[in-house]
Design a protein around this ligand. Structure first.
Ligand SMILES: C[S@@+](CC[C@H](N)C(=O)[O-])C[C@H]1O[C@@H](n2cnc3c(N)ncnc32)[C@H](O)[C@@H]1O
Length: 231
């Protein structure tokens, strides 16, 4: 699998570089909230026993771990990622049948209508083409299948946003440098969040590519949102 867009190559290099300390960085920088956000997203998306789930940008597999708790041993999870070093960390964590797939979100190597649910945590802002990725998701979802997107977002409340900008712009890159020995991936994290679409724009893109119904759920004062589209 070769990334075909410069942004995809950059993402592969970035996440492979920080893969050994990625989980630790997540726990510390989210003040312990990231696992709760993933759990809540899986509950909101009503993931149930026996489902076939595709986790796009699975990384070290933490979103798959949450889905595994709901789908049980009769279900199956495909964990897809562009970065092989991230993918290596995932398989050992997951108790249900888990199949790692090295592939790009912009070109999902699955048959049409072959999965019940797609989950994507903190990935959409990293892909090279959002609409293309969403169209691919729609294609591989079965009828009434759901796409659950969890993404970091700028809070709407002005006072919270000022604090948030300081935290993301000044504190998080220093934290990343201390924990992972590199600052540039965390400067990118801040820039990517500040420049990315709002939850309403993500929902609009889902509707534009053909999702039948889309719902938005803010979590923790809007510092993250869950956007769920149904085919
Ligand atoms: C911020 S991490 C999120 C990992 C995991 N979903 C979680 O909840 O912690 C983003 C992941 O998306 C992957 N990724 C970035 N761009 C991608 C693309 N175009 N196709 C597939 N995976 C991609 C990265 O390699 C990385 O593992």
């Amino acid at each position: 699998m070769n990334p075909i867009h410069p942004k995809e190559s950059k993402m592969r290099e970035l996440f492979d570089t920080i893969s050994p300390r990625y989980d630790l960085f997540n726990r510390v920088s989210s003040l312990g909230q990231d696992c709760a956000w993933r759990e809540k997203s899986i509950r909101l998306g009503e993931v149930t026993a026996g489902m076939t789930v595709l986790d796009i940008g699975t990384g070290t597999g933490d979103f798959s771990v949450c889905a595994a708790g709901k789908i049980g041993p009769s279900g199956r999870i495909y964990g897809m990622d562009i970065a092989p070093e991230m993918l290596k960390q995932s398989a050992a964590k997951i108790k249900v049948p888990f199949l790692p797939v090295l592939a790009r979100a912009e070109q999902i190597p699955f048959q049409p209508a072959s999965v019940d649910c797609i989950i994507m945590a903190f990935v959409l802002r990293n892909v090279s083409d959002v609409d293309k990725t969403l169209r691919e998701c729609l294609k591989v979802l079965d009828s009434r299948g759901k796409l659950i997107v969890l993404e970091i977002t700028r809070p709407a409340n002005r006072a919270v946003e000022i604090l948030y900008r300081f935290y993301m712009g000044k504190v998080v890159p220093r934290m990343g440098d201390l924990l992972c020995g590199k600052r540039w991936p965390f400067d990118y994290l801040n820039q990517s969040v500040m420049m990315f679409q709002s939850p309403q724009e993500i929902a609009g893109a889902m509707k534009r590519v053909g999702f039948a119904s889309v719902k938005i759920f803010p979590l923790t004062m809007g510092v993250v949102h869950v956007v769920i589209g149904e085919k």
